[in-house]
Design a protein around this ligand. Sequence first.
Ligand code: NAG
Ligand code: NAG
Ligand code: NAG
Ligand code: NAG
Ligand code: NAG
Length: 435
Amino acid sequence: MRIKYTISLVFFVALVIIEKENNIISRVSDKLTLKQTPQTTLQPSGLSHILPKHNASFTTFSKTNSAFSLIKRRLENYSQHKEVVTRGSKHILLLATTRTGSSFVGEFFNQQGDNMFFLFEPLWHVEKMLTLETGGTNSTASAKAYRDVLQQLFLCDFSLLESFIEPLPVNHITTGLFRRESSSSLCQESVCSPVIKGVFERYRCRTRRCGPLNLTMASESCLQKEHRAIKSVRVRQLENLRPLAEDPRLDVKFIQLVRDPRAVLASRMVAFTAKYKNWKQWAIDGEVPIDDDEVRKLKGNCDNIRLSAEIGLRQPAWLRRRYMLVRYEDIARFPMRKATEMYRFAGIPFTPQVKSWILKNTQASKETSGVYSTQKNSSEQVEKWRFSLPFKIAQVVQKVCGPTLKLFGYKFVSSEEMLRDKSISLIEDKVFNFV
Ligand SMILES: *[C@@H]1O[C@H](CO)[C@@H](O)[C@H](O)[C@H]1NC(C)=O
Ligand SMILES: *[C@@H]1O[C@H](CO)[C@@H](O)[C@H](O)[C@H]1NC(C)=O
Ligand SMILES: *[C@@H]1O[C@H](CO)[C@@H](O)[C@H](O)[C@H]1NC(C)=O
Ligand SMILES: *[C@@H]1O[C@H](CO)[C@@H](O)[C@H](O)[C@H]1NC(C)=O
Ligand SMILES: *[C@@H]1O[C@H](CO)[C@@H](O)[C@H](O)[C@H]1NC(C)=O
């Protein structure tokens, strides 16, 4: 009699709990499905601590309770929702300066596959439009424009960028999006309109023949992708992007790519001959006027890079788990390892497509075994500047970029012999990240 009574009581209590449970779960699922429709980042707020509690209270009478399996199934459904929630979209911003290997590193994300929407230097248009007659830009105005355009693009909204494209797109159609072909996302079938005869495409797709870019189609394709990545060499100060880090709709991961400023200068002197003609002259003369504008510009660049890195490495609350510093020299020597680290940091699966792209483009075949071998060829590339840069110029860089070299672990050279002696590495082993 008593046992019967107890069983009934337990059953009744169970039913009450189950009823409550159903309510909670359906409310939770409603909320989740509502929230999922716009592609925003979802936080599993409060849900994770509800789940274990259910687990504990139900396991006690799970055997006697036939309704338990229903709850369990519901919970399973709810776990699936939770997975969607925690998986979330990631927004990767690859920040660099010119001649630091950012196109190469950008490919790590461009090659990710169907889950990634990648844009290559969209801020080119913004900079171009905001360039003053003096050749420079108003850095306050451009910093704000860069930030706002990036924020919109991460949300797949091209409208602000459009206003910077010249000539202005008509009906969201443009033939002039800078380096369209460098974003595989912009040359996919779904973003490829028919070719129009007689219309010249300056930046035409290489993988397939496409007509002018329909930015509405680009935006739609972007919304279909889980993750977004943008590469830019134009942002000066990481701090300017704080609103992106704090935007609840985004889950931004900043990857700052740096390279030895001496190597960067050597590379720029070759790549941008006209712009760097003063440096070339100084290289021939063997003298550098230290108070020249060009030298001040070099110092300004180095300081910007260092200040951004210092903020990132300090890990203020707004940047926690959002900042990673990578040296190009490490990527050149250990591409697979560094790519894996970057993906782990970003919280995105490292796909076989990326892996095979890296293998193809670095010949880093030995790396896959887990024992990472040095890639001879790319490390040779990385050190080439040591034979082209006059020692005098290296000294000037060391003088004006000293703190930057120190922060990133680039060794100073004290003589021409040291600069040219490849048995002396100028790259200190340094670990920057708390991934
Ligand atoms: C929930 O219960 C399952 C088995 O019933 C167990 O494997 C799991 O670890 C439990 N989870 C928690 C968070 O207690
Ligand atoms: C689980 O989800 C599927 C599809 O969303 C639904 O058909 C099914 O009824 C759900 N199961 C339970 C027990 O709620
Ligand atoms: C730069 O732009 C800001 C805001 O757009 C403006 O207030 C400021 O006067 C400009 N500075 C110069 C030097 O033109
Ligand atoms: C651009 O794409 C959108 C969305 O697919 C479409 O509605 C629009 O007609 C296209 N514009 C032109 C000019 O083809
Ligand atoms: C580096 O690559 C070049 C061609 O790209 C090749 O000829 C050379 O043998 C390679 N060197 C090493 C050390 O692998």
